[in-house]
Design a protein around this ligand. Structure first.
Ligand code: MEV
Length: 317
């Protein structure tokens, strides 16, 4: 059995986070500058089911069987074993690395889930179709995030821009031209589970108000899809700003995120918003390519911990 290496990207949400949990559409893209990498080396002299895990980023080096059942590594392993109907697994050493900042809204946990499912299944000789990869990684996401929409693991498993709506087939993004996006990490740890739970609590207290707000975010997303297809980055920027104001109303932004959004706009970004679960984490802004250096510098001066340059592009699913 040969050694194996798999990767899974990070992601960012361009439009529609939170509303997507309530059945509205959202647009997400993979961020391949950041990724989870898993390598599996066979141990030809080891006994079956002897699996060693090395995850130096979190200081973990252990036998898989020593981990609690609820640990992401153990859960991913059992989900794959169950799906493939296997009871024994070849002895191996699994090394897990990630360059995705955690608690940042960039999908570190979904990327880990997808990479683990891909690695454990491929090492066992199974090349899972993307829908199976999405379904199995969603099982992990529900364990860690309570009531996720499924957008994070879908965009990461497909590794391409998507329009996602719960219960509907995923649609490939069709952007008329590549659109540069700067991502800035506020350095404040976000908490998607807490943010999603907080929004649910608000919704439960005033359903008509929040349903209308989710509906408005959904309409913004549909309009953004049109603007992407038409290559209308001016309108796209305006829609991003509107989406950010709605996320502020949902109380999932953070003063540091708002400061970074204001900084980007002051430096003539076309639009800017929080991305992902919020309460910290990252923001994104849509820019003209030639502005990248200046805007990244301004965001760092305004307190960003890190910035990344990526772009929206089209590929077939
Ligand atoms: C998290 O990346 C996006 C949220 O909409 C939650 C979800 O869709 O599961 C906040």
């Amino acid at each position: 059995m040969p050694a194996l290496k798999v990767t899974a990207p990070a992601k960012t949400i361009l439009f529609g986070e939170h509303a997507v949990v309530y059945g509205h559409p959202a647009i997400a893209i993979p961020v391949n500058q950041l990724k989870t990498t898993i390598t599996i080396q066979p141990n030809p002299w080891g006994a079956s089911n002897q699996i060693t895990i090395h995850a130096p980023d979190i200081g973990l080096s252990t036998a898989l069987e020593e981990l609690p059942n609820q640990h992401p590594f153990s859960t991913a392993f059992s989900v794959v074993m169950q799906h493939l109907g296997m009871t024994t697994y070849p002895a191996c050493t699994v090394k897990i690395n990630s360059t995705i900042p955690i608690a940042s809204g960039l999908g570190s946990s979904a990327s880990l889930s997808v990479a683990l499912i891909k690695a454990f299944s491929q090492f066992a000789g199974a090349d899972l179709p993307s829908q199976t990869l999405i379904d199995l990684s969603f099982q992990l996401e529900t364990i860690y995030h309570g009531t996720p929409s499924g957008i994070d693991n879908s965009v990461i498993a497909l590794n391409q821009g998507i329009l996602f709506q719960k219960g509907k087939p995923v649609q490939a993004l069709n952007s008329a031209k590549p659109l540069p996006i700067v991502i800035a990490n506020s350095g404040v740890a976000g908490n998607t589970k807490q943010a999603v739970a907080g929004v649910r609590e608000s919704w439960q207290h005033n359903k008509p108000y929040f349903d209308a707000l989710f509906q408005k975010i959904g309409s913004t997303t549909w309009e953004a899809l049109q603007a992407l297809e038409n290559g209308d980055e001016i309108r796209l920027g305006q829609l991003m700003n509107s989406n950010h104001r709605d996320l502020q109303t949902l109380r999932v932004s953070h003063p540091k995120i708002d400061r970074l959004v204001e900084t980007a706009l002051k430096h003539d970004a076309l639009g800017a918003k929080l991305c992902g679960g919020g309460l910290g984490g990252n923001m994104i802004c849509l820019i003209h390519a030639e502005q990248a250096g200046e805007i990244q510098k301004a965001l760092m001066q305004a307190g960003a911990a890190q910035t990344y340059l990526t772009q929206v592009e089209s590929r077939e699913i």
